[in-house]
Design a protein around this ligand. Structure first.
Ligand code: GGG
Length: 358
């Protein structure tokens, strides 16, 4: 039996509520299949930690995480207590950059039984993946402010695009497209951002020549946002910069019925460092403590972590169980129009996993 060491960072808000649910499902699958065993170490890093220690994680946090096989992460942010830019950069972005997790993939799938806000869409009509560049671009952290408080105060947030960084994410997206419907859309705003994103377009065209089987398109991000709403079925894989990918994947979650259903991975494909698995959604301060957070995104994210660790069949068991629960529609949280509590949805998913294993 394979054993993996998982660093668990529940983080803030509903991250603390959905993370244990993901762990319950991972353990249930490990138990019924006997295929793996996960051992967990929990780290209480996040906004409460910041209020006590003045930082979101310890100075040597990356050194602490480095020996783990993977990081299972809940959510970050409590804007009433800690400014969002402090919490995001102090934890999530620090880990992504520090471990060169340059690929963020975020699938959007309209699950069976789930109602999209878009009229007439049924299961399978939305089945796309956004590949987001995850370590540079608009969230590189380069920049600063000078002359604070003066009328001529200056703020600079510098986008950083390197040829190495752009080429490796586009190559990853082409390789992913080869495993799917062989269609890749390159999303930029290179008409307005004429230095950085023209580099992106050039890299895309050059790499396209290496993947002649992949049908390619180039789109501006504003048109892409509209396309996701008007014609999501026409999208297979899209590759975008850090910020554009962040925004487009919220649209992907919304059109798939709820952000509470959207998984996400931050990976270092070369496996030089641990990769991090976190749902797309944030800490959802409006529903903290109510016990109604949708655990599906966190549970599905756990399945993607298993897949990355080499357990594809076990990951598929989780996704099938999720589909079974959504298709029946009896046990769903309020974001999906149901009345169930977080733990009840997990119980139902685990029951389906156990039934399938019998
Ligand atoms: N679980 C993910 C989370 O807490 N997200 C908060 C957020 O604002 N993320 C922005 C990003 O993914 O860059």
């Amino acid at each position: 039996m394979k054993e993996f060491k998982i660093a668990v960072i529940p983080g803030d808000g509903i991250g603390q509520e959905v993370t244990p649910e993901g762990v319950r499902v991972l353990d249930a699958v490990g138990e019924v299949t006997g295929a793996y065993k996960l051992s967990y170490e929990y780290f209480p890093w996040g906004c409460d930690y910041y209020l006590q220690h003045g930082s979101m994680m310890p100075e040597d946090g990356l050194d602490i995480l480095r020996p783990f096989d993977a990081i299972y992460f809940g959510a970050v942010g409590l804007p009433k207590q800690v400014p969002d830019h402090v919490s995001l950069h102090g934890l999530l972005i620090k880990i992504r950059l520090g471990f060169d997790q340059y690929v963020c993939t975020r699938p959007s799938l309209l699950l069976p039984g789930i109602k999209s806000p878009l009229a007439g869409k049924k299961h399978g009509d939305i089945d796309l993946v956004v590949v987001r560049e995850n370590t540079e671009g608009e969230y590189s952290g380069a920049g600063g402010r000078s002359h604070p408080g003066m009328p001529f105060e200056v703020a600079l947030e510098t986008s950083v695009f390197t040829r190495v960084g752009v080429e490796r994410i586009i190559r990853y997206a082409f390789e992913l497209a080869m495993t799917r419907r062989k269609h890749l859309i390159c999303v930029t705003k290179s008409n307005a951002q004429r230095h950085t994103l023209t580099l992106w377009d050039e890299c895309f065209e050059r790499l396209a020549a290496e993947f002649p089987e992949v049908r390619t398109e180039r789109m501006l991000v504003d048109a892409m946002a509209a396309r996701l709403v008007l014609q999501p079925e026409s999208v297979d894989v899209a590759v975008a910069s850090n910020m554009f990918g962040d925004i487009l994947t919220d649209i992907g979650g919304a059109i798939s019925g709820s952000l509470g259903l959207s998984p996400s991975v931050n990976i270092n494909p070369e496996r030089m460092f641990p990769s991090m698995f976190e749902p797309v959604h944030g800490s959802a301060p409006d529903i903290i403590g109510k016990g109604i957070a949708d655990p599906i995104a966190m549970i599905w994210t756990g399945a993607l972590m298993l897949e990355f660790l080499g357990h594809k069949a076990e990951a598929a068991m989780i996704v099938e169980a999720i589909k079974g629960v959504t298709a029946e529609g009896r046990v769903l949280t309020p974001d999906l129009g149901g009345k169930a509590r977080t733990t009840e949805v997990t119980d139902e998913i685990i029951a389906k996993i156990r039934a399938a294993a019998r």
